[in-house]
Design a protein around this ligand. Structure first.
Ligand code: BEZ
Length: 194
């Protein structure tokens, strides 16, 4: 699956020959860009909504106890806010490897916050990938995130960083903020009796 995802992404040749490509980030890319970029601008994509429906057994969980990370799913009328990065094609090799757990590159229209638009790329994990977990009540998602940990750190850190980064951008995401609130309540709750 990992190797297959990397190979599929490498065959994605839509921007071949382009010296620079805009990449839209909606998850950890909003707050953590561990790659060189030429420019970074707040942006959004229309027709997609962010959901904690992708399993993570390589970053924020383990194969036996996967965590949950963000993907985007199509939704008519929705707008997903995030951050766009202008990058060179070599950066995709790095991201293909970092996000090998089911994420595929997809061409998309990106709208910058000043209203201008550009065609670029986004990584999405759809229901066809083996790590996809799908919909669940936000409280259950929060419970799973609260107990999950992986090589990149606690799953809760990912969610809380994302929620803060969205707030810093002046953006709202009811799904992310609801999970954040559940996490806070779970932390304050006394441990369940054994
Ligand atoms: C992101 O937009 O943060 C992201 C990038 C690569 C894979 C998954 C999500």
């Amino acid at each position: 699956m990992d190797a297959a995802t990397i190979a599929i992404n490498q065959r994605m040749n839509k921007f071949d020959g382009h010296a620079q490509v805009w990449l839209f980030g909606y998850g950890s890319l909003i707050y953590k860009a561990d790659f060189p970029y030429l420019e970074r601008r707040p942006a959004s994509i229309a027709g997609w909504t962010r959901r904690f429906w992708q399993g993570s057994h390589d970053h924020r969980g383990t194969p036996m106890a996967p965590g949950r990370v963000a993907t985007i799913v199509p939704q008519a009328g929705a707008v997903c806010d995030g951050m766009a990065y202008l990058i060179t094609p070599e950066v995709f090799a790095h991201l293909d490897h970092r996000e090998k757990n089911g994420y595929l590159r997809l061409a998309t229209d990106i709208t910058f916050d000043d209203g201008s638009k550009v065609e670029g790329l986004v990584y999405i994990a759809n229901e066809e990938n083996a790590a996809f977990l799908g919909a669940a009540p936000e409280l259950d998602i929060a419970r799973q995130i609260a107990r999950s940990n992986g090589p990149s750190g606690p799953n809760s850190e990912y969610l809380l960083h994302l929620a803060s980064a969205l707030r810093e951008l002046g953006k709202s995401d009811p799904h992310v903020f609801a999970i954040e609130q559940h996490l806070a309540q779970l932390k304050d709750a006394p441990p369940a009796a054994q």
